[in-house]
Design a binder for this molecule. Structure first.
Ligand SMILES: Nc1ncnc2c1ncn2[C@@H]1O[C@H](COP(=O)(O)OP(=O)(O)OP(=O)(O)O)[C@@H](O)[C@H]1O
Ligand SMILES: [Mg+2]
Length: 204
């Protein structure tokens, strides 16, 4: 993977069977977020292959990778990327509409209720606590039932207790969906709560 002419990143080969739950760890700047962007189809590697089930993603057009991402991938960004002008419900609904899911309103409401946000549906992101915003982001990432759930630093903004809660929640939701869960984390406690680890090093 190349960012401009300056930074070239490479990753070891790996195979994660469907339903794998894995922590991606490594020092800052080693390419953890970039790996999530490649896995989601946001970025295309210069060389190498990325296969999802029987599908080869690296040869898809950008439009097909976008379609793949909308349908198959849930991505919880580190800073959540919620739309500030939309309520919790509208944020989740928008993602579902983009993914072409029918009954977006009802499905969005159910996803938020599942994450204990039934009383916060009409709140804007700025009116929510950080933990609540994170749960909206998780609801948005999961509501279309993705097969691949990517999460960047889920516990960065949270205290220990909430961090553990967020991780349990992600594992539970991924387990229910049968989704593969990839969590980038600096937090050793979080990494140890996951059954598998993918360590990225300076020379990787
Ligand atoms: N869009 C970009 N253009 C140029 N360089 C980039 C771009 N995105 C990332 N990089 C560089 O690629 C390297 C890996 O970045 P990445 O964000 O994947 O690291 P990271 O492991 O997620 O780090 P952190 O733990 O700090 O979040 C860094 O050296 C970064 O400066
Ligand atoms: Mg990062």
């Amino acid at each position: 993977m190349k960012h401009g002419s300056e930074v070239t990143l490479s990753y070891p080969d790996f195979h994660w069977p469907a339903g794998t739950q894995v922590a991606v760890t490594g020092p800052s700047g080693t390419g953890k977020t970039t790996l999530l962007n490649v896995l989601s189809g946001l970025l295309r590697p210069l060389s190498g292959r990325m296969q999802y089930g029987a599908r080869e993603l690296t040869t898809l057009t950008e439009a097909d990778r976008d379609a793949f991402r909308r349908r198959e991938v849930g991505y919880v960004f580190q800073d959540f990327h919620l739309m500030p002008g939309l309520s919790a419900l509208e944020n989740v609904e928008l993602g579902l509409r983009v993914a072409g899911v029918p009954n977006a309103g009802r499905t969005a409401r159910e996803a938020l209720e599942r994450l204990d946000l039934g009383a916060r549906l009409r709140h804007l992101p700025a009116q929510l606590s950080t933990g609540e915003r994170q749960r909206v982001a998780i609801a948005r990432a999961c509501a279309h039932r993705p097969g691949l759930l990517l999460v960047d630093e889920p516990t960065a903004h949270l205290d220990r207790e909430r961090a553990d809660g967020a991780l349990r929640l992600l594992r539970e939701v991924a387990g229910e969906l049968g989704a593969t869960l990839v969590i980038v984390t600096h937090d050793e406690t979080v990494a140890q709560m996951l059954p598998q680890r993918f360590q990225i090093g300076r020379s990787a």
